[in-house]
Design a protein around this ligand. Structure first.
Ligand SMILES: NC(=O)c1ccc[n+]([C@@H]2O[C@H](COP(=O)([O-])OP(=O)(O)OC[C@H]3O[C@@H](n4cnc5c(N)ncnc54)[C@H](OP(=O)(O)O)[C@@H]3O)[C@@H](O)[C@H]2O)c1
Length: 335
């Protein structure tokens, strides 16, 4: 579906953007992929890496320096673009807490700029990335991403019948991503640690890989009709089991929950369950707006989930055991 199309990724040099570009170039023959981000160094590193891995296709990549806070620059970059993936964000919880207005400028004003530029330039579809932290948020990062989600869903009201389609893809901590628990434990193990710190022994998380996240974005770009929030069905695990998988003889040490951290992750809240449908491999939360029309906007094949359902890593039906976690870690390249 991406052959001969032009795609722009805000935050294209980040973990998601690189994986997305790699999978597009592997599977399709796009006209161009525009990488939109601020830091020239990260762009240069990405360009060099892709010229080794995709020597015949690296010329499809275009590197635009730009900030999502800059509407004029976004409009320039979006000229002739069919699909936009909005991945740029401030996403470190402590940085957002300490610099609240900066988080608002990037995550909220930036989101509105992406919407306005996409509407004005006639982009076909826009998918914005969301996080579990946007569900019942307890920190500013989650709060700004909740507002961003709302802006993207509401934007469908402005696009008219044949206009831009906006949807959201929500996922949780990506296994092995920068700053997450797996590289944290790995560094401690490499430094010779005999025990691993666990903030709370009850803590559970969902396991999602970048590849699964990208595949869900492909699905959203393919199927969305406007207003959906897509959520993958994935397995849960206990952080204590992850520690046992990474350092079997580890002594576990409970060090206390950190500010802004939750015991379990929630992807679909009880209140959202009223408009959530279950599909084979994912859930879709639909909006409750006058413009939303079942015949036009509903994707066939979904079954309404029961009211009061919560998609929560602590009450999930699918779980990864210590052995299964070991296999997953090996697949990710962690030894
Ligand atoms: N990683 C996870 O575990 C996770 C989980 C759930 C949801 N998400 C969501 O997924 C998205 C992508 O995350 P990621 O892991 O790929 O993040 P990442 O690796 O930190 O990359 C962030 C990207 O955004 C760019 N960026 C930051 N501020 C910008 C701005 N003001 N204007 C333009 N570009 C900007 C960065 O490049 P420059 O600094 O050069 O601008 C970089 O390319 C985010 O929206 C995040 O909320 C991530």
């Amino acid at each position: 579906m991406f052959n001969n199309t032009s795609i722009l990724i805000t935050g294209g040099t980040g973990s998601f953007g690189k994986k997305f570009s790699e999978m597009i170039l592997d599977q399709y023959d796009p006209k161009r992929i525009v990488i939109y981000s601020r830091d020239e160094f990260k762009q240069d590193v990405m360009k060099k890496d892709f010229s080794v891995r995709f020597p015949d296709k690296v010329n499809k990549l275009r590197f635009f320096i730009g900030d999502v806070r800059d509407l004029d620059r976004l409009k320039r970059a979006l000229n002739g673009i069919d699909y936009v993936i909005h991945a740029a964000a401030m996403k470190q919880v402590p940085a957002c807490e300490y610099n609240p207005l900066e988080a608002i400028k990037t995550n909220i004003n930036g989101a509105q700029n992406v919407i306005d530029a996409s509407l004005d330039l006639g982009v076909k579809k826009v998918v914005a990335l969301s996080t579990d932290k946007a569900v019942n948020p307890i920190n500013l990062y989650g709060g700004t991403k909740l507002v961003s989600d709302k802006l993207f869903i509401a934007a469908n009201a402005y696009s008219g019948d044949s206009g831009t389609v906006f949807s959201v893809v929500r996922y949780g901590n990506v296994a092995g991503s920068r700053g997450s628990v797996i590289p944290f434990f790995e560094n401690l193990i490499n430094d010779g640690a005999r025990s691993l710190p666990i903030t709370d022994f009850r803590m559970t998380r969902f396991w999602i890989t970048l590849e699964e996240g990208v595949n869900l974005v492909f699905k959203a770009l393919d199927e969305s009709k406007g207003g959906e929030t897509y959520i993958s069905k994935i397995s849960s695990f206990y952080i204590t089991d992850l520690a046992k998988a990474m350092l079997p003889e580890s002594e576990l040490k409970e060090v206390g929950i950190r500010e802004g951290e939750k015991i379990d992750e929630v992807m679909v809240s009880k209140d959202d369950s009223r408009t959530t449908y279950e599909y084979d491999k994912h859930y879709i939360i639909y909006p409750s707006f006058e413009w939303w029309n079942f015949t036009k906007h509903f994707t066939k094949g979904g079954l309404k989930i029961e009211d009061g359902f919560e998609y929560n890593s602590g009450t999930n039906k699918e779980w990864l055991s210590v052995e299964m976690l070991k296999e997953k870690l090996e697949e990710l390249g962690f030894k």
